[in-house]
Design a protein around this ligand. Structure first.
Ligand code: HPA
Length: 270
């Protein structure tokens, strides 16, 4: 894998991806931050050597290099999900690439269901811890110790300083930012009522189908991580209506300006 990573990174460097400081992963319905990138260089995922092959649904996925607030960034517009049939190795390959390019911090966003019913749809939640319910680890492969520690510590997977900064920014900007635990499930089916009850009992505040693999690999590589969920629906097992994917995407779009403000201000302060 090290050979592939080097080749992918060399390809991107040859296209102008020079020494980005910050990596950003944009989740479902959260692509508009890319309009704030200055001097962008865009490359479709399916043109990048050794990148997971894009699915039809994924035709828009691209990696973008440029600057935001004077900082060099590399941005993933769209991510790979386990539920699309990708492996954990595939899903986290871009994090290894961004690391090889030189990033020091990773900003992650996603759309998630609200388990904590004090949080309302359309609001944001800073992820300050997670529960991995995807049944596997992106670090469980032969040779992992050549790329970072095998027994990666998870006592603080989300960077405390960055979290504090983000909370201060949210306060200043009058943005409601909850804080809580994100549980990752495999998907793509939504959860049953019993599963929502279970998630609440085990301490989850939000649930989604992404982020945790990328965060585990980022920790394995010693990157600082900050992650924010847009709560797109309220997962109340006692009043559960069929999920409406269009509404989920609409909610993500609604919260997007706030997410952009938080990320841009944080980037300025990094
Ligand atoms: N589960 C429930 N609701 C959601 C999810 C999920 O994984 N993602 C976004 N809304």
């Amino acid at each position: 894998m090290i050979k592939f990573i080097n080749e992918t990174a060399e390809y991107l460097i040859s296209k102008g991806f020079h020494k980005p400081e910050i990596g950003i992963i944009l989740g479902t319905g959260l692509g508009q931050l890319t309009n704030h990138i200055e001097d962008p260089i865009e490359i479709s995922y399916n043109h990048i050597p050794y990148f997971p092959t894009a699915t039809v649904e994924f035709h828009k996925g691209k990696l973008i290099y440029g600057s935001i607030k004077g900082k060099k960034v590399v941005v993933m517009q769209g991510r790979f999900h386990l539920y699309e049939g990708y492996s954990l190795q595939d899903v986290t390959y871009p994090v290894r690439i961004m690391n090889a390019l030189g990033i020091k911090a990773l900003l992650v966003s996603n759309a998630a269901g609200g388990i904590n019913l004090n949080f309302k749809k359309g609001e944001l939640m800073l992820i300050d811890d997670h529960i991995n319910l995807q049944g596997n680890s992106p670090l469980a492969f032969k040779g992992v110790e050549q790329m970072g520690t095998r027994f990666t510590d998870m006592c603080a997977p989300y960077d405390k300083n960055l979290n504090t900064k983000l909370k201060e920014i949210a306060k200043k900007e009058n943005i409601q930012l909850h804080q809580g635990v994100y549980a990752s499930v495999f998907g793509p089916q939504l959860e049953t009522r019993a599963e929502y009850r279970f998630l609440k009992i085990i301490g989850a505040d939000a649930v989604g189908m992404s982020t945790v693999p990328e965060v585990i690999v980022a920790n394995h590589l010693d990157l600082k991580v900050v992650a924010v969920s847009v709560l797109t629906d309220e997962c109340d097992p006692d009043n559960l209506a069929p999920v409406n994917i269009d509404e989920i995407i609409e909610m993500a779009h609604k919260a997007e300006p706030q997410m952009i403000t938080l990320f841009k201000k944080l980037i300025a302060e990094l």
